[in-house]
Design a protein around this ligand. Structure first.
Ligand code: XMP
Length: 319
């Protein structure tokens, strides 16, 4: 009989047997899988778990503080937060090619993770939030997690480079099971049922070169969109929703003055597997409300557009 409490007991016992008294490192991203691994390992080995949370500065609004509040303050998990926003921005300066940007972000992420692992005194074990679909999925499928494996947090090659053995307690579980475990372990439902977020974060939602001054307006626009989706009950019926910063100036009028300001695109999709997706048919009144708020509340943005492209041919992300 599948029961979250049983699975947890079983995993806790297995992890304890696997790692004994050794310390374990985990790259915590704030996503569902690594969060559930953190909660599970904390239950299994407590102080012996050290999480490294690299704040790339390209996360959603307030996300870094939220991760710290949940894990460090609330649950008492050892979390080292690395505020690396400036490093990411300076490495990204001048680059506008999407794949090059992904590489820069992924490589710097590994670099920082290695530095921190060393500073923490090393560890024999590296925990990862690999789930069953990741295991069976052939490399190359462009789903969220295949990318995560290829290009970000669960970085293929990292364990070998760092000479660490893997702890992967979610390897036999599907996503919905992982979520149930998360709830049972006491993680906030809001975290456990969150839309996926790409490893490179806003680095691929700011089109072209990532300039520091684009980050905050995008975070705030995205936050307004998500807040309104939740308020009107659309969050759980969409699979993924977010704002994209278009470094395009369009003309706007405020009073008698004409201004040239940036454009934000809103994207919301419904999908089962993220391989194909339908754009979410959100009510016009809802879109109007979001657009008004974004334009009124965020300086520098005077136009909002809604993406009505399906996948295929358009991908979910814009880069
Ligand atoms: P696309 O844009 O390929 O996105 O339709 C499908 C899913 O994958 C996520 N995605 C990524 N996730 N690193 C990630 O961790 C990436 O580079 C990446 N690119 C896309 C995207 O958010 C969507 O859920």
């Amino acid at each position: 009989l599948w029961n979250a409490a049983n699975i947890i007991d079983d995993s806790v016992a297995r992890v304890r047997e696997q790692v004994g008294d050794d310390t374990v490192l985990l790259g915590l991203s704030g996503g569902v899988d690594s969060s559930v691994v953190a909660a599970l390992l904390h239950k299994a080995i407590g102080e012996k778990l050290t999480c490294i949370f690299v704040d790339t500065g390209l996360l959603r609004l307030g996300e870094g503080d939220q991760v710290m509040a949940t894990f460090a303050q609330h649950m008492g998990v050892n979390v080292i937060r690395v505020n690396a926003g400036e490093r990411f921005l300076s490495r990204l300066a001048g680059e506008d090619d999407p794949e090059a940007k992904r590489k820069i972000i992924g490589n710097l992420f590994i670099e920082i993770f290695e530095e921190q692992a060393k500073a923490a005194g090393g560890a024999k074990w590296l925990a990862q939030g690999t789930i069953y679909p990741d295991v069976i999925e052939s490399a190359g499928a462009r789903t969220g997690k295949a990318h995560v494996i290829k290009s970000h947090h669960n970085v293929g090659g990292l364990p070998e480079r760092m000479d660490m053995a893997l702890v992967e307690p979610l390897r036999e579980l599907f996503k919905d099971e992982v979520r149930k475990l998360g709830v049972e372990l006491g993680l906030p439902a809001e975290m456990v049922y969150r839309h996926p977020f790409p490893g490179p974060g806003l680095g691929v939602r700011i089109l072209g070169e990532v300039k520091p001054e684009y980050v905050e307006p995008l975070q705030r626009a995205d936050h307004i969109f998500i807040e309104e989706l939740r308020r009107d009950g659309h969050y759980d019926t969409t699979s993924q929703a977010f704002a994209v910063f278009l470094p395009v100036k369009s003309v706007g009028v405020v009073g008698d003055a004409r201004r040239y300001e940036w454009v934000v695109a809103l994207r919301a999709v419904e999908t089962i597997d993220f391989m194909t997706a339908r754009w979410a048919h959100l009510p016009y009144e809802f879109l109007e409300k979001v657009s008004l708020r974004i334009i009124n509340e965020i300086d520098g943005i005077s136009r909002v557009v809604y993406d009505i492209s399906g996948k295929p041919p358009a991908t979910i992300e814009w880069e």
